[in-house]
Design a protein around this ligand. Structure first.
Ligand code: GLN
Length: 286
């Protein structure tokens, strides 16, 4: 069968499976299976596929049809212009999380991006937040914490690939019980698990494929947001910023919680592109 026909058949198959972006998914998977750039598919439309190539693509298509996220099949995901390795041991970086990175950089720029900031990324997962900040803040250092040994392993590989490994210290620990000497923190970032157990709005395939420990939190989803922010207040430098991602219905409660911590001169909520509450921000002496 010619590549063009395989692409069309795959797209139709994904449509029938009700996938969100059938054509794009088909292109990404076939390009991956054939070891081509996506754009090259169009140059090879009339090329017939060998039996071996067909088998390889068939397996990828089968996996996608079960709902497995494209990022896990390809083993990578782009975030803030960088490519991160991902496996089912880590949450797939989300575009919403880019708001948190943007707000951190906006704050750093208002100070001076050349400063040697100390960054703490709690629940680092793939490392997408903290490592992106290191790429953008060339003199800063990162302490990246995650409870999962396999997540730390992925984050380490990402740090190497992005050439920032020498500025990161990785610690495999429960952030809430972290018991090591840490420097004063200038930028505290986290995208903690914040989904309430039994939340019915959660997409089925997120629950099926992504790590449970990266998703759910007690106290109606607020458990980690509360305990992590509270625990690290004493470690904040004079002019620190704290940015944590949260769920779309958690803005009001988190704003109140951050105010009650009595650590920040300014607390506000950053909304995402869909105008939903997404990030809680607290700034000391801001
Ligand atoms: N920090 C990572 C991210 O934002 C992982 C977050 C998590 O596992 N909850 O993607």
């Amino acid at each position: 069968m010619k590549l063009k026909e395989v692409l069309e058949k795959t797209t139709q198959f994904f449509k029938d499976k009700n996938l969100d972006s059938p054509r794009l998914d088909a292109e990404l998977l076939l390009a991956f299976g054939l070891k081509l750039e996506r754009i090259q598919l169009y140059l090879k439309f009339d090329q017939p596929l060998s039996e071996e190539e067909m088998n390889c693509c068939r397996e990828l298509v089968r996996r996608r049809a079960t709902g497995e996220p494209i990022a896990y099949i390809l083993g990578r995901k782009d975030f803030f212009g960088y490519t991160f390795k991902v496996t089912p041991a880590v949450l797939i970086p989300r575009p919403e999380t880019e708001h948190l990175v943007e707000a951190s950089l906006e704050w750093a720029t208002s100070q001076n991006p050349e400063k040697p900031f100390n960054i703490l990324d709690l629940g680092t997962g793939s490392g997408c937040i903290g490592l992106t900040l290191l790429k953008k803040l060339p003199n800063s250092h990162l302490l990246a914490v995650d409870i999962s040994e396999s997540a730390i392993q992925i984050a380490k590989e990402n740090a190497e690939a992005l050439n920032v490994a020498e500025r990161v210290r990785f610690v495999c620990a429960d952030a809430g019980c972290l018991d090591i000497d840490i420097p004063k923190i200038d930028i505290l970032v986290a995208n903690p698990p914040y989904i309430a157990e039994g939340d019915h709005d959660l997409e089925e395939n997120v629950k099926k494929f992504e790590p449970e420990s990266a998703l759910f939190a007690v106290e109606n989803g607020l458990g980690f947001l509360r305990s992590w922010s509270k625990k690290f207040v004493p470690f904040l430098s004079d002019k620190a910023i704290v940015l944590m991602e949260m769920g779309m219905n958690q803005g009001a409660e988190m704003k109140e919680y951050f105010r009650d911590l009595d650590a920040f001169s300014k607390v506000d909520v950053i909304k995402d592109l869909a105008s939903l509450d997404r990030v809680i921000r607290g700034v000391k002496n801001g």
